[in-house]
Design a protein around this ligand. Structure first.
Ligand code: CP
Ligand code: NVA
Length: 310
């Protein structure tokens, strides 16, 4: 059987997503008890960008499964610069059992997956952040006790986090409203695919340029930074373009009374969200951060230990 990768939420069926979420919940209940799922196995973290959550959650998660991680930052492996992505993938496959990649170009993760003999997991690219989306829906499910008839409102940039969240919501039948300034909407191809998933699962994807419209009646208000890693030279323009998209006390009044606030982190207080919201009683941002580890353990078991995928 051909090895499986997790490059995008698009790679998985609804049933597979549910299987991973179920396993993550079970692992979470075991409170970090160590297992030997990954005994003697090594995972390489090939990161071209900085990371707190992704790096630490994979390192600790793999350790709890009896495995080992090697962090390979931009000074170690400079994808496509020091050597080709193809040579990196083929070389690392001779040492490692899995590669987690954090890249700028999404194509680099696709190429790693294509040329590596071992599973490749996308730990964030400019287009997608699938591990984050898994942690997000697990956090929503834990908070509300179910995923039925919920509305998630993503307010900000139609970026990597937005894309993965939109796809996972669409696959699982969670309504999603996305409010962006004009010109910052989600990628057209990702949106087209997500609309097809939404049609199948029976939920709605709504795009708007009005944060208030998006927030109205929402169970979840979701924020991410306005300037993603790699876009730093656009910071000043983005501060201007996104100034009406801040999630603050006024805006969240339009959501349901029992709404939750979510953010993938890192956050910029005073920009995309005010401190009273992110540090307030509706915020579940650190549950999301914790759940990164539980879902990633489940993803590792799914890709590396499940006989149907290996
Ligand atoms: N949310 C997330 O991926 O955080 P890091 O960039 O710190 O890994
Ligand atoms: N959109 C952000 C997410 C960081 C976890 C970025 O790509 O920088």
């Amino acid at each position: 059987m051909k090895k499986r990768d997790l490059i995008s939420i698009a790679d998985l069926t609804k049933a597979e997503i549910e299987e991973i979420l179920g396993l993550a919940l079970k692992l979470k209940k075991d409170r970090g008890l160590t297992t030997d799922h990954l005994k003697g196995r090594t995972i390489g973290l090939v990161f071209q960008k900085p990371s707190n959550r992704t790096r630490v959650s994979f390192e600790v998660g793999a350790f709890q499964l009896g495995g080992h991680c090697i962090y390979l930052g931009p000074d170690d492996i400079n994808l496509g610069q020091r050597e080709t992505t193809e040579d990196v993938a083929k070389t690392l496959s001779r040492y490692l059992d899995c590669i987690v990649a954090r890249t700028f170009a999404h194509q680099d993760v696709i190429d790693l997956g294509k040329f590596a003999d071992v599973p490749v997991i996308n730990g964030l690219s400019d287009l997608d952040h699938p591990c984050q989306a898994f942690a997000d829906v697990l956090s929503i499910q834990e908070h509300f006790g179910h995923l039925n008839n919920l509305t998630v409102s993503f307010i900000g940039d139609g970026n990597n986090v937005c894309h993965s969240l939109m796809m996972i919501c669409a696959k699982l039948g969670i309504h999603i409203k996305i409010a962006t300034p004009k010109g910052y909407g989600p990628n057209a191809k990702v949106l087209k695919n997500a609309r097809a998933y939404a049609e199948e699962s029976g939920c709605a994807i709504t795009l708007t340029n009005s944060p208030v419209k998006a927030a109205k009646g929402a169970h979840v208000i979701y924020a991410d930074v306005w300037t993603s890693m790699g876009q730093e030279e656009e910071t000043q323009k983005r501060l201007q373009d996104f100034k009406d998209f801040q999630i603050n006390g006024q805006l969240v009044k339009h959501a349901r009374e029992d709404f939750i606030f979510m953010h993938c982190l890192p956050a910029h207080r005073g920009e995309e969200v005010t401190a009273d919201v992110i540090d307030g009683s509706h915020s579940i941002v650190f549950d999301q951060a914790e759940n990164r580890m539980h879902v990633e353990k489940a993803i590792l078991i799914f890709l590396l230990c499940d006989p149907k995928n290996t």
